[in-house]
Design a protein. Sequence first.
Length: 502
Amino acid sequence: MDQAEPHLVPLNRIIDDVAAALRAARSAVEACSATVSVLSRHTPALIEALLHVKDQLRCVSASGAWQVFSAVPLGRGVVGRVYASGKAVTILDVANDPDYIRLGPPITAEICAPIIDRTGHPVGVINAEWAEALSLDGWEEIIIQSGRLLGARLSELGGPPPETRSEQLLRHSLALTSAETDGEVLLRACRAAREVTGLAAAVLLRPAPDLLPELGLGDAEPDEAERPMNVVIAASSPEPRDRPLVARLAQIEPDRLSALLDEACRYGASYTLGDPAVLDARGFEALTGAGVRTMIAVPLGPSTPTVTSSTGALVVLDETAIVPDSAMVNLLELLAAQATSCLEKLSTLRRLHRQANSDPLTGLRHGGPFGDRLAAATPGQTALLAIDIDEFKTVNDTLGHAAGDRVLVQMATALQQALRLGDELFRVGGDEFVAVVDVPSAAEAMLIAERLLAAARATGRTISVGVAVQREQESPEAALYRADQSLYKVKRAGRDGAQLAD
């Protein structure tokens, strides 16, 4: 193999060899590999060809190193800088270049040039890195000319290669992990299913109506959206031409969709094999009547003999009769598994958040949420009601802590039900509660306190309540202190009462 320096091999010979190799290439990948192969015959450098594919510079071909990056995000590293600027660079001291990304043995020099298509726009870069101190005379021109030749050939071949289905799945899987709500996970899964399969529309079937508003069925008629359903359809924001298909699906009787959901969840993924006008499609008349000619149905999570309320199915459809392949179905199963994992993660995070911010006995919030509510108090409008269960210590001492816990739960429920919509009740101590309410006057706050007293008496016990309306220029903590002082006055006066702070 001839690895001579350019001054020993005529510059034009190397360029001619690249041009000849490119003429024989029949795809973008072959063109990149041919260019890298020719250049690597004349130098020991690591040669890479990277093309712009979906927000990254993907390494399409490389030679001269044991390990290379699969892809580099746009704007990162020397290659990202060159791609963005469209100008070649020669770096003789990579250690002092802020954009250099090291992978493998130490590099002494680097030359990077854009791959320019016939319209004059960069579509990628050719990058060369040397680990040995060699003369680089002529190599910048060689890399630049190779980039131009490769770009021209790529234009003839249709440009950089598209994402493979597996690369699409990887991109969408990463997007799923950043979703913050169940609805966002499911919508992203539907969009991913459309792109990975190339079919017209994807819907998600769920056996619970509570996700209907979150999943964007705002186009449904109000009476359709509000009617009882045992299956929810979540559309994937189809293209305008595909929306009629999704609209027709939404008109299918719920029990017909429920049968499809049940089948997917019990027995696993399934897909169609041709035109239902030719093949026997009995049992799917509702779908074919809506215009469906191709369908893939994949369960969310593992299929089981018993369908649970958390089970769903991802269904991808088209009005054209297409025969999906098993590899495509496998990718959708991976996508559904990833979506299920994300849903489980969000559910776990919600449970942990509730545990961290709620009293496990009564279910009332405390700690951080109480502090947040105090910080949001409005002077002159927010009243704080400090509440204490009368003679609670006696219950614990005579009947035991289990009986005391039952009293706490019973009292918390009664007080919560006595409050108005928007009022908030917090447990701040053993038998101590605080209600935070917005009122137009102190008199209104006292009326709420009286309702709490009556609710407590209905349980067979009594409470003492201190009431304070936050003053202008007064901190919420100071107002709470005044409410506590009023509470102690009620205790000293015989309990089972409420007093407004001075």
